[in-house]
Design a protein around this ligand. Structure first.
Ligand SMILES: *Cc1c(COP(=O)(O)O)cnc(C)c1O
Length: 200
């Protein structure tokens, strides 16, 4: 189980402090902010791993491919097309997770659970390296059943990576087999701007 430190909205000092402890996996939910945070550090910290954990628009696919090692939020065929094209242009392979909307919430990103297998196949056919699944359970429900559902979908697709669990529920996520927990405020303190993980 590894920790993805979520540095969105954090000042440069917080990033430096985390790097000084040896932390190398970081999550960001906006491409532009991630560029501001990491574009320059990237060249100085060779073993950095940057993971996009927020929704991605197809017109930012090339920027995302240029900066991130892993895109955790692939949730539709059009985005798979855009990422595959951008990766090919950049001459690299791209590691992705499929984001599953386990709670089937209308406003939340993620592929519906019953369409996840199809999207896994589609992304693989496009040459993307599908490593696993990611979810953000509904804020007002127990997380356990959502983590269990994600694990079940991963197993039947032969996927190892489960990115699930945040500050409020990472212990539950670990019990349900999380390989990556994405923790922000429990590490860095509350964010200044109020922001929900499902926004934009
Ligand atoms: C912000 C964010 C997190 C971290 O949330 P905390 O509650 O601060 O730990 C995790 N995952 C996603 C997708 C996020 O946007």
């Amino acid at each position: 189980m590894v920790l993805t430190a979520v540095t969105k909205t954090q000042p440069a000092e917080a990033l430096a402090a985390a790097l000084a402890t040896g932390q190398r996996l970081f999550g960001e939910n906006r491409v532009q902010e991630a560029q501001a945070h990491w574009a320059e550090l990237r060249s100085r910290v060779p073993d950095l791993e940057l993971r996009l954990i927020g929704p991605l628009q197809t017109n930012k696919a090339a920027d995302a491919v240029a900066l991130f090692d892993v895109v955790e939020t692939l949730d539709r065929e059009k985005l798979a097309d855009a990422l595959a094209t951008a990766a090919a242009k950049a001459g690299r392979t791209l590691r992705v997770l499929i984001q599953v909307n386990t709670g089937e919430e209308a406003q939340k990103a993620g592929v519906p659970p019953e369409e996840a297998d199809g999207l896994v196949r589609y992304a693989r056919d496009k040459g993307l390296i599908v490593e696993g699944l990611m979810c953000i359970p509904p804020a007002d429900e127990a997380s356990g059943p959502h983590f269990a559902l994600l694990r079940k979908i991963a197993r039947r697709n032969g996927l190892d990576t489960l990115s699930m669990g945040m500050s409020g529920d990472y212990e539950t996520a670990i019990r349900f087999g999380a390989t990556h927990v994405r923790v922000g405020s429990a590490l860095f303190g509350e964010r200044n701007r109020s922001e929900t993980p499902s926004s934009d």
